[in-house]
Each structure stands twice: as structure tokens, then as C-alpha cells.
Design a protein around this ligand. Sequence first.
Ligand code: ADP
Length: 352
Amino acid sequence: MAGVTLKSVRKDYGAVNAIPELDLTIGDGEFCVFVGPSGCGKSTLLRTIAGLEDLSSGQIVIGDTDVSHRHPGERGVAMVFQNYALYPHMNVRQNMGYALKLAREPKAMIADKVARAAETLGLVDYLERKPAELSGGQRQRVAIGRAIVRNPKVFLFDEPLSNLDAELRTRMRLELSDLHKTLGTTMIYVTHDQVEAMTLADKIVVLRAGKIEQVGTPLELYDNPANRFVAGFIGSPAMNFMSATQGDGGLILDDLNGAHLTFGAGVAAGKPVTVGIRPEHLDLSPEGAPLTLRSVEQLGGVTYGYAILPSGGEFCVDLKGRRDVRAGDTVHLNIPQQRSFVFDPETGRRLQ
Ligand code: ADP
């Protein structure tokens, strides 16, 4: 068991600077998720921790040990990949024990560790099967088992559920969460899927262009996003953003027929701002600003209405349960102050 500290970590691929300079501390036993859009550097960061990529500069400490220039096998980490990377000619038992065999561990000890991992992962009945005879979820469990038997200080997961269908992904997410509770080992997990990040993480690290945008618990990021990028990335359906202008008293929502809000953004009158509100935090009220819906999604327990704002952005309303609302209907919305965010439209910085 060990925490992980990244100090001024920088990674260049030739002329491409993938990670400019990054500092991060991951606590011992923490489930830390790196999340961000494709190309933001999350895999690079994970592979750098694993030692699969050389650091350009900076330092990586696992536990008390500076592993910055150590071979991957000497870092005390085990990595699980999206594509499982199992040996097709070996059965489950052999795949799971292979790293231990290479390390020349005694046969009885290997058998014991494989048996215990198979028990934890529900693979006892599949030990003699080859990967081709397993489902995607079972293959990924074998890949995780192969990591468990090595008893690493830190598990590294690179989008491990992306190849699975939606239903299986949900189930495996719960299994991974249980596994973390059982093992109590530090886990670092990379995904582009914010739902995975929200449901698995103790700590989420939101990345963009190799830089950390914000670090926090899932609900800290949801309740208190530092900027528009994090606000728009965390939460599903995504936060709505509207063009507005600071008026004399409060904000004027240019995107909602000039509706007046009773609160301001603390900026000079006339200054344009962006107001953010999550679909689930809009109140339906006959006195509210009118919005005509262009489409409606009925999901049974939830109904979402969608509109396109004059500024071009999409707007989503959670219509609160089952509603007889159709495309073309007009709803009336209140924007509650305590649930609203205000951002600088140029920098994305949060103003309120
Ligand atoms: P993510 O995992 O968030 O999708 P990556 O870590 O794979 O992002 O990539 C981060 C950036 O580094 C991207 O701009 C990508 O094009 C670049 N990159 C990744 N691997 C290489 C490589 N081997 N050579 C050159 N550039 C790379």
C-alpha cells in the first residue's frame, strides 16, 4: 500500500508537449480517477506513472520511493489495459499466474494466489478456459486478476471498461468499486466517461491539454466547479450555459428573451457573462421565462426537454418525472440563484 506523488512531472513526445508541468498527490488507499476529453493526456500520465513512458522531467514517488527512473517491474504497480492484453494460448489460470512464474515464485504459492484472486473475482469455474472462450467482462476480470496476484502497491487502470457494452460496464463498475473496498489498495483509473469518474472516485482529477483543471471529490466538482470547463464536463445531462449581460440590478438573460434575474455577477453593468444551470436545477413555474422545446425525450421515470438557444447552444430541462409535454410546447422556467453559476465568457473562470 502506498500513496503516489507527482512533482513537476513533464512529458514531451518530440516537439509535442503532452504534459506541461503537473503536481499531484494521491493518498494511500485512494481511488483516484483521471478524467478528461480524448487527447488531454490522461493515458500519458498513467503510463508515465507505470514507467511505460520516460519522464521528460520531474519526479514520481510511490510510497517513500522515488521511482522516476525505475523499470516498470520495479515500481510496485500493476496495470490493467482496455484491450485486456491476455495471452490467447494460455488458460485463465496460466494467464493469471504468468507474471509470478516469470518472477520464479514457488508453484504452490502461485497456485494459492491465483485461487484467491479467482475467488475474489468469481472466476473459479473458468480457470481452465482460454480467453477466446470467455465473455468480454470475464476477460477483463482475468486481466484484473493478473494484476491482483502481483499484490501491487498501486493499481493502474487505463479505460478498462471501454470495450464492454453499457449493461456490463455498469456491473463491472460496481465490481471494481467493491474490489477497491475489499483490497483497500491505491487505484488510479483513467476514463473519458464522467459517469465512471463520478461513481468510482474518491478523488477526481479533471485534465485538459495536459493541465489539471480541478481536483476534488465527485460532489465537490459537481457542487463547486472552478470553471466552465469542469462545470460542463461533470454532470449528466451536462450543465446549460446561457449568454447574459450584467444589468443595473441583476443579470439579463439574453438567451431567454431578456428575462431578468434578481442576482448579479459582481461585474460592471453592460458586461457580458455566461450563466450556468444544470437541467435538474431548473424550476418549472408559470411566472418563469418561456422556452419553446424543439424535442422531448420520455425515459419513463424522467422527461427531458431540449431547445436551441439564440446564441446557438443546446439547452436541456429536466421536466421532473413523467410529463405530458411534446416538441413545440412552451415551458416556463425559473433560474434559482443558489443553483446558478456565473462564468467569464472569455476565460471560462467562475465569477460566482
Ligand atoms: P488521452 O489519454 O487523454 O486521450 P493521451 O495521453 O493519449 O491522451 O495523449 C495526450 C497528447 O499526447 C495528445 O496530444 C497525443 O496526440 C499526444 N501523444 C500521445 N502519445 C504520443 C506519442 N507516442 N507520440 C506523439 N504524441 C503522442
